[in-house]
Design a protein around this ligand. Structure first.
Ligand SMILES: Nc1ncnc2c1ncn2[C@@H]1O[C@H](COP(=O)(O)OP(=O)(O)O)[C@@H](O)[C@H]1O
Ligand SMILES: [Mg+2]
Length: 617
């Protein structure tokens, strides 16, 4: 995934409201405001939704109104026109109601889904810009869960708020009616309303906490699943399906537990609201009925009042449901914004300078680097590499060879000292121009789940104007140079064959040759090989070795070698030990001067001597 084609998120970071830290006053309002900000671009849709809502509500009112003429005109007056008009009127009103509801629901849903899409893009863009070190700490499943699950809950925030506004308005209107009818009785009935807000807040908090937990157990399960599926060969080889199954079951059970707790809290929340409502109703009955008995009120008045009252409590119930979704949304929002706002890792950023000149000189000046504070992986490295040179790095495992080369594409930056290319600090160059100037082939040969052709053409610079036939020729000649053309042609669909995920349909040697073809097609001036053949059997290693020779033609290369022939054919050898350059020179010089090299030579390369002579002959 290159840097260049990242779509930019619509919401600029600097327009975000001031961040209110968790646990401080105004935090909830801040979270909510921030969720709602995502709905802002869809004002027209929201307006349409509200119009739909009004139409549906008006239709409901009209239906109630039509009951009167239906009774009076059709049945009592036996009006024949009314017999036709009234059903038609009902029909029209019901159609309007259906249309209104459809508009309201679809518009709301489409807003929610658009917001989701945007949040997912925003999260993706935040995460993809993270430095390599970030991905080493974060678990892939966890990141996926943030992008897919946590974002989903936020969708409910606006519809729930609209619901709340609507219910509050209905409640207010009904209160006016009830107070007008009989204010004394109304006081009794609404005196308990504040009590109804107690479960609202108490269970709201609890539901939020459970919402948070639920997102985090979902993420935990994603992590486990991701690990199990990507390590499936090891799991099957060690016959540990059962053990891993238990690990998944545990996560799965956690999801269930939290979901049940959430369901229970939701039910308790509505049940306690019902109890409060029951208290209100009992009070009204007692005081109302005694007024009827004492003659202060007629039975008709009493029942019409109770009906109005029942209607007030309905929005209260709905408020509770809406609150539950808002709490879920806020719990998800919290986790999403946590990632968006996280400054634990600074996004990668390159300089302004385009690296256009050809490779002239690479220089390490007093470079020290450590993955952690404790022990440096590279210590005081000084080195100059000139155009056309072939440099070999040897050293025991853990010496820092891979770390050394990972500074070049700036996967990591030196802790102190600097790396310069053509006399300019690497940090001054734009990341895409720096990274396209080098090809890296390592033993971890990742291929994308697409055609062989697209895999080889992956890093190719392709200006649109360029002749597609010429591009094709380039890909084919890269494949030929990598000794991959022949086996590619034998595959069922040749270059169009789709490589299964992680390239499982190819042998290790074949995969490696495709990655080499990809590096050749990229045609970068600097070539970095990190034990590119160490994972291969000796038969395919020979072919890959020849492919690599083709790749190194005319390029400056740094080769982390485990083969004698590669070491012997390089201009200079660097012996690394414990993060330092222990010795430097040609093979002959080092055999005499460096005991470590002599030992490595005996242990690592000694056995290969025969094989490498074969290759050279
Ligand atoms: N991603 C990493 N995070 C933390 N430590 C690392 C990481 N990669 C390598 N190291 C440590 O840095 C040292 C050098 O490792 P590396 O450069 O991979 O050695 P080599 O390639 O020579 O075998 C080792 O001690 C290793 O444990
Ligand atoms: Mg290594």
């Amino acid at each position: 995934m290159t840097q260049t084609n990242i779509p930019q998120a619509d919401v600029p970071a600097n327009s975000a409201p001031a961040v209110v830290p968790k646990g401080e006053k105004g935090y909830n309002a801040y979270l909510l405001k921030r969720c709602l900000r995502y709905f802002a671009p869809y004002k027209l849709k929201i307006l349409l939704a509200i119009l739909g809502m009004i139409a549906a509500a008006a239709a409901d009112g009209t239906i109630a109104y039509l009951v009167k003429p239906a009774m009076d005109d059709v049945f009592i007056r036996r009006d024949e026109t009314a017999l036709i008009v009234i059903p038609l009127a009902f029909l029209a009103v019901l159609f309007i109601k259906a249309g209104g509801r459809l508009t309201q629901n679809y518009m709301m849903q489409s807003c929610g889904l658009l917001v989701l899409e945007r949040l997912r893009d925003e999260l993706y863009n935040k995460i993809i810009k993270m430095p390599v070190a970030f991905y080493e700490r974060a678990q892939v499943g966890m990141l996926m869960s943030r992008v897919i699950n946590d974002v989903g809950t936020i969708r409910d925030s606006l519809p729930a708020i609209i619901m709340i506004v609507r219910q509050v308005l209905i409640m207010a209107a009904l209160l006016v009616v009830v107070y007008k009818q009989n204010w004394q009785l109304a006081i009794f009935s609404t005196i308990v309303l504040p009590l109804a807000f107690f479960p609202f807040f108490y269970f709201g908090r609890r539901l939020r906490k459970l919402g948070r937990k639920s997102q985090s157990v979902l993420a935990g399960a994603s992590v486990v699943l991701q690990e199990i599926f990507s390590g499936i060969r090891i799991i099957k080889a060690f016959a540990t399906e059962k053990k891993e199954g238990e690990r998944f079951s545990k996560e799965n059970r956690n999801i269930l537990k939290i979901a049940l707790k959430r369901a229970l809290a939701g039910e308790f929340s509505s049940a306690s609201m019902e109890m409060v409502i029951a208290v209100g109703t009992a009070l009204v009955f007692y005081f109302g009925a005694s007024k009827v008995l004492s003659g202060e009120m007629t039975q008709g008045e009493f029942f019409s009042f109770v009906t109005g009252l029942a209607m007030i409590y309905e929005p209260v119930r709905k408020l509770n449901t809406a609150n539950n979704s808002i709490q879920g949304a806020l719990a998800g929002a919290e986790r999403v914004f946590e990632v968006l706002d996280s400054d634990a890792y600074i996004p990668e950023s390159g300089g302004q300078l385009e690296l256009k000149d050809s490779f002239e000189e690479l220089r390490f000046e007093n470079v020290t680097f450590g993955y952690s504070e404790r022990s440096p992986a590279l210590l005081n490295i000084n080195l100059t590499l000139r155009k056309g040179e072939r440099l070999a790095l040897v050293g025991p495992s853990g010496a820092g060879k891979s770390t050394f080369v990972s500074l070049l594409p700036r996967f990591y930056d030196p802790g102190s000292g600097c790396v310069t290319l053509n006399g300019v600090d690497l940090r001054a160059y734009t990341l895409p121009s720096l990274r396209t100037s080098m090809s890296i082939v390592s033993q971890d040969n990742f291929l994308f789940n697409c055609s062989v052709y697209d895999n080889i053409a992956y890093g190719q610079k392709k200006p649109d104007a360029e002749d597609p036939q010429a591009l094709r020729e380039q890909v084919m000649s890269a494949a030929r140079a990598a000794y991959a053309h022949d086996f590619i042609m034998e595959m069922p669909e040749g270059y169009a064959t789709v490589i299964g995920e992680r390239g499982v349909k190819l042998s290790g040697g074949q995969k490696q040759r495709i990655t080499i073809a990809r590096a050749i097609a990229k045609n970068a001036p600097l070539l970095i090989l990190d034990e590119a053949t160490s994972a291969l059997d000796s038969e395919s290693e020979k072919i890959v070795q020849r492919a690599l020779e083709n790749l190194m033609q005319g390029r400056t290369s740094i080769i982390i070698a485990h083969r004698l022939s590669t070491v012997l054919s390089s201009d200079r050898i660097l012996v690394m030990d414990k993060g330092e350059i222990a010795a430097e020179g040609t093979h002959a010089q080092l055999i005499a001067a460096s005991p470590l090299y002599a030992r490595l030579y005996r242990m690592q390369f000694g056995a290969q001597e025969g094989a490498s002579q074969n290759l050279q002959g």
